[in-house]
Design a protein around this ligand. Structure first.
Ligand code: NAD
Length: 498
């Protein structure tokens, strides 16, 4: 049995709390590792270590810091296959999808390699007589990231890449469900030349998270996970005076206008709705065809595609989707399907009884498709986070715009249309943070920022892109004057440029 401890001060250290959790292999249902769950004291020790290492790292010039990230990019390429396989085995997603998980993380590391430029301040020469004004960005000190199970490579890299590039020391508390990849990434950062203590992985559960929230030396916390926890992290972290960004759950709609190319739409819907077993915060979980005729045509094309989804073990390269992450997740998602049936939605494809031959203990379920879902139903209001797509029929564009705008989540949304005017109007008016026009999963590229609105995001600065540099630095502004022999005497009136 593989024992996963922590990675602190550049070394693997065993857990001392006596508490552990099983790490499953969802495709077979077996326990493949045991992960240590840190105590408050273990977290504190990791922070002390990080705090001692951080000043020298911040004083290392930004080009040298960037070179560590460049080397890391190379090392991940070397270990790509092993990382993708480990990720698929611990998470359950297919290996090609696991490769995408790693790649989207690497793109933020690539962005972070531009840190010498990204951290440049501003300068005004001659802001007043003999006065120059400039600003500089400085690292915060020790910062932390708390990440979810569903992107165990991408989201840790989204957090530690920019934070470390800015000169901070980082404490990563990854999901206890799939900690293997984050641990390996930390080893690679060390191999790439990162000084010990700058990237620490402290595994754990609520106790470790609370220790981060209350730690006097952690300056900022980047969280990604479900909304209830995001709100909790935001409230407690900010009450303790920390900078917090908390990204939460989602209910992403796809609006299908009557003029959309329905073959394209169906391809997009099955990929974005069922890929990764629906366990993506940018998965499409609600399809909104506009007009009854569009809805009927859509359903006719969609049903056979959902029925023929290929579900397989994570190591099957031809599988469309693999298992869910845990047995509890399967039970929760099936429970939602039961609820939808009780609420009166029409279950057109029922994947609840699916089993995979030879993998009977794996955490599988088949794709489910509901039609005639209405906005008052729980299956519409709540995040299901599984391979379940709800079709809500909208009579017109106005209603289609209203649905995602008024939903409590506001992560992503997509519109499929051939009408530029409708698309433009939709993008301008919809109350959601990330919009796709004929793009089902509009995850912005690394040099833009990623973040949802409403209950999908707490705090103001987004992940990656320029916001991540602002989040992980503080601005110092210097007003400097070198008087050249001018002696004015004391001035008791506030200086102005008037
Ligand atoms: P989760 O909220 O259960 O866990 C996220 C992190 O919080 C983990 O590290 C976990 O250990 C910790 N945690 C869990 N319960 C806690 C508690 N009671 N107190 C303190 N810490 C706790 O989320 P998950 O199941 O790992 O991930 C799936 C969720 O993440 C979905 O809701 C999904 O939409 C969301 N997500 C959001 C984004 C985004 O950018 N908005 C991206 C990916 C995933």
């Amino acid at each position: 049995m593989r024992e996963i401890g922590h990675f602190i001060g550049g070394k693997h250290v065993a857990g001392t709390s006596g508490r552990k959790a099983d790490v499953f292999q969802p495709m077979t249902g077996e326990v493949i590792a045991s992960v240590a769950l840190a105590s408050t004291a273990e977290m504190r020790a990791a922070v002390e270590n990080a705090k001692a290492a951080q000043p020298a790292w911040a004083a290392t010039n930004p080009q040298r810091r960037a070179r560590v990230l460049m080397k890391f990019l190379e090392l991940v390429q070397r270990d790509y296959d092993a990382l993708a396989e480990l990720l698929a085995r611990e998470h359950g997603k297919t290996i090609p999808d696991a490769r995408g998980d790693i790649q989207r993380g690497l793109e933020v590391i690539e962005f972070s390699c531009g840190i010498p430029h990204l951290m440049k301040g501003e300068y005004t020469d001659g802001a007043g007589p003999g006065i120059d004004l400039y600003s500089m960005r400085q690292a915060l000190g020790v910062v932390a990231g708390i990440t979810p199970f569903n992107f165990p490579a991408m989201i840790p890299m989204w957090k530690f890449g920019p934070a470390i590039a800015c000169g901070n020391a980082f404490i990563l508390k990854p999901s206890e469900r799939d900690p293997g990849v984050p641990m390996h990434l930390a080893e690679l950062m060390l191999e790439a030349g990162l000084p010990a203590g700058i990237l620490n992985v402290v595994n754990g559960d609520k106790e470790a998270v609370d220790a981060i929230l209350d730690d006097p030396d952690i300056q900022a916390i980047g969280f990604v996970g479900s909304s209830a926890i995001a709100q909790y992290i935001y409230a407690r972290g900010t009450a303790n005076g920390k900078r917090v960004q908390g990204f939460g759950g989602a209910k992403n709609h796809m609006i299908i206008m009557p003029d959309a190319d329905l073959d394209q739409v169906v391809d997009a819907l099955v990929g974005a709705g069922y890929g990764s077993a629906g366990e993506r915060c940018m998965a499409i979980s609600v399809a909104v065809p506009v007009g009854e005729a569009t809805a009927d045509r859509l359903i006719e094309k969609l049903v056979p595609r959902v029925e023929s989804l290929k579900i397989g073990p994570s190591t099957d390269p031809s599988a469309d989707l693999g298992p869910l992450v845990t047995r509890e997740a399967v039970a929760r998602v099936k429970g939602y399907v039961d609820t939808g049936v009780e609420e009166g939605a029409k279950l057109l494809v029922d994947g609840r009884d699916f089993t995979l031959q030879g993998y009977e203990n794996g955490f599988y379920m088949g794709g489910c498709l509901f039609d005639h879902v209405t906005p008052d139903m729980r299956i519409y209001k709540e995040e299901i986070f599984g391979p379940v797509l709800c079709v809500v029929r909208a009579p017109d564009y106005k209603e289609a715009l209203r649905l995602p705008t008024e939903h409590e989540y506001g992560n992503g949304v997509a519109i499929y249309t051939r009408d530029g005017d409708a698309a433009r109007d939709f993008a301008a008016k919809v109350n959601v943070g990330m919009v796709g026009i004929n793009v089902p999963i509009p995850v912005p590229l690394a040099y833009y920022t990623f973040g949802g609105w409403k209950r999908s995001g707490f705090g103001d600065l987004n992940q990656h892109g320029p916001d991540s540099i602002r989040f992980y630095t503080k601005t110092k502004t210097v007003t400097s004057r070198w008087p050249s022999g001018i002696k004015d005497g004391a001035d008791f009136v506030i200086p102005t440029m008037g």
